[in-house]
Design a protein around this ligand. Sequence first.
Ligand SMILES: C[S@@+](CC[C@H](N)C(=O)[O-])C[C@H]1O[C@@H](n2cnc3c(N)ncnc32)[C@H](O)[C@@H]1O
Length: 185
Amino acid sequence: MLRATDIAHAVLRQVIGLGDWVVDATVGNGHDTALLAALVGPEGRVFGCDIQAVAVAAASARLRGLAQVELVQAGHELMAAWLPTEACGRLAAVVFNLGYLPGGDKTVMTHTETTLVAVRQALDALRVGGVVTVVLYPGHVGGEAEAEAVQAFARALPATFAATHMTRANAVRPAPELLMIERRG
Ligand SMILES: C[S@@+](CC[C@H](N)C(=O)[O-])C[C@H]1O[C@@H](n2cnc3c(N)ncnc32)[C@H](O)[C@@H]1O
């Protein structure tokens, strides 16, 4: 079965090229960061953040010091502050995988208010043709309200962005969903 994260990865493979600059806004165990590092290659740059030290440590171990990856323990809502100023307007992708760290503390999770601030900052930093991907978990406690808020935000975007929402049509319980927002102009 195709998961929302698999579809996000397929989109990222299409959009990101060697030498690109990208952001992983929810590094976690570093699976998404590893894909981004492979796609941009040694000439590109991957900026990643997570609020948890344990996540940054796990991802660092997975990435084994790849020079194109720079991780910070910080909130994605502060992205505009910790991203280098040269990154603004040149990002090919910003990746969000919301919720909590798998295998970690489930009380530490993303929150609607900070997620919306971060997605707005991510859109502002995209280049034309760049994409923000957001994997949403409406089945998690608090995840339904967060997913609805992010979708409502996307629905209200101007035509300089193209937002696409993918959801499983016949899910018995709420299944993970994917929101993709492309900068068109
Ligand atoms: C579903 S996990 C991410 C999985 C990860 N992308 C991977 O490939 O393993 C969500 C992560 O978001 C992090 N997180 C929660 N709030 C955050 C915030 N405000 N800024 C950055 N990361 C946050 C959590 O600590 C958790 O590690």
